[in-house]
Structure formats: structure tokens, C-alpha cells
Design a protein. Structure first.
Lengths: 113, 113
């Protein structure tokens, strides 16, 4: 079956612009996670959704970062007023229930110039 | 809070040699333990996981890991590596209520002919 998909696969933007990253989880998966992978910080948790609510947003690095999930399915991660330090690969993962194995998408590579 | 330390950033080995990638964790609560693999320009793939029960866990591609609670370790082993095992390997922990992952810094395994 289809796995987790993310779009765009690559995004180049200018400092100060807003960007939206999309994640389509595996159908029926109730839990959804966003992570960030960067050279300096490694792999970091950003936010966890159960259904449409986000009980754990503790990894969002600043108030420029926000995320939502609608219909218990698609999620969008928005970064406002991008900075060069936001350059990273943003990974999405989903699981059938919060305790089950997470399946990762291919990521969105963001470059802020 | 949880933390993961992967003791080797790079491990070079020759084909058909055994390999061990080391991982230590710290946590004040019960955890689940994972090893993920990331091939170049690809997403994360689960190799194996420890939830409970037998401390020796077998995963895909001939890998196995042993959970040692007293030493807070979860080292990954393979008795005979192949060129195709060249990748970056991540050790991770999560709590037991939901799957928020805390990752180590990764170990780059390079298998030479």
C-alpha cells in the first residue's frame, strides 16, 4: 500500500518568506509526528498529533513554527519568516496507534537562502 | 527527560566482518528502544525494536540488538556485513504512552570490499 508522502520534496526559499510543508500519512493512521534533521542538531522531534489535536508541541523551536492536522489525515507544517537556521530536512511519520511502529516519509529538504 | 548516546560517529569495516554499533540511553521512566537505518537520500526505516520480553531482538537484514537494563545499553550487531549495509544508523528511545522518539546522533557504517 501507499506509504507516508511529503511535498514538496525540495523547497528553496528566501530568508523572511513563509513556507508550508505537507504530509499525507498512511490511511487509517491516527498518530502523526514531525521531526527535523539538520547537520548541527541531528534528528529532533517537533510535534505529535493524535487525530486532529496536538498533545505534544514541545519540540517546536519558536513561535514561527506551527502545524495543523485536518480530518485526522493531512498535516501541514508552516514556518513563518524563515531564517537560514531553519534549513533542514523535515520528516513526517505516522503510526496506526500512538504506541505502534512509526513509518517515515521521504522528507522535505528546505533550504533558506 | 530522555537522551541517547551513540558512541561511534563512524564505523568502517570490511565486507563479511562482524560489526557492533553502540548505543546507551538515559531515562527516568520505562522506555521502548529502536534502531533505524537511513540509506543515502532516503527516509528512515525501522530495523528492530525492543518493547518488552526477551532482551535479544532480531530485526531485518540479519541485524540483532540486545537490551541491557543494568548498563542502559542497546547495541546493534551483525555477524557478517555486506556492502549494501553501508548507511547511517540511528538509535532511538520513546516513552511507553506514545511514540515521540529521541534519537542519537547517528553512526555512519561504511562497508569496504
Amino acid at each position: 500500500g501507499a506509504g507516508v508522502s511529503q511535498s514538496p520534496s525540495n523547497k528553496v526559499t528566501e530568508k523572511g518568506k513563509d513556507v508550508e510543508l505537507r504530509c499525507d500519512p498512511i490511511s487509517g493512521h491516527t498518530a502523526l509526528y514531525w521531526y527535523r534533521q539538520s547537520l548541527g542538531q541531528g534528528l529532533e522531534f517537533l510535534i505529535y498529533f493524535q487525530g486532529n489535536s496536538a498533545p505534544d508541541k514541545s519540540g517546536l523551536p519558536s513561535d514561527r513554527f506551527s502545524a495543523e492536522r485536518t480530518g485526522g489525515s493531512v498535516s501541514t507544517l508552516t514556518i513563518q519568516r524563515t531564517q537560514q537556521e531553519d534549513s533542514a530536512v523535515y520528516l513526517c511519520a505516522s503510526s496506526f496507534t500512538p504506541k505502534e511502529t512509526q513509518y517515515f516519509g521521504p522528507g522535505t529538504r528546505l533550504l533558506v537562502l | 527527560a530522555q537522551s541517547v548516546t551513540q558512541l561511534d560517529s563512524q564505523v568502517p569495516v570490511f565486507e563479511e566482518a562482524p560489526v557492533e554499533l553502540r548505543c546507551n540511553y538515559s531515562s527516568s521512566v520505562s522506555v521502548y528502544l529502536f534502531w533505524y537505518v537511513q540509506y543515502p537520500n532516503q527516509g528512515l526505516q525501522l530495523l528492530l525494536k525492543y518493547l518488552s520480553g526477551s532482551t535479544l531482538v532480531k530485526g531485518i537484514n540479519g541485524f540483532e540488538a540486545e537490551f541491557n537494563k543494568s548498563q542502559t545499553s542497546f547495541h546493534l550487531r551483525k555477524p557478517s556485513v555486506h556492502i549494501s549495509d553501508t548507511a547511517e544508523y540511528f538509535c532511538a528511545v520513546s516513552g511507553t504512552s506514545y511514540g515521540k522518539l529521541t534519537f542519537g546522533q547517528g553512526t555512519i557504517l561504511t562497508v569496504h570490499p
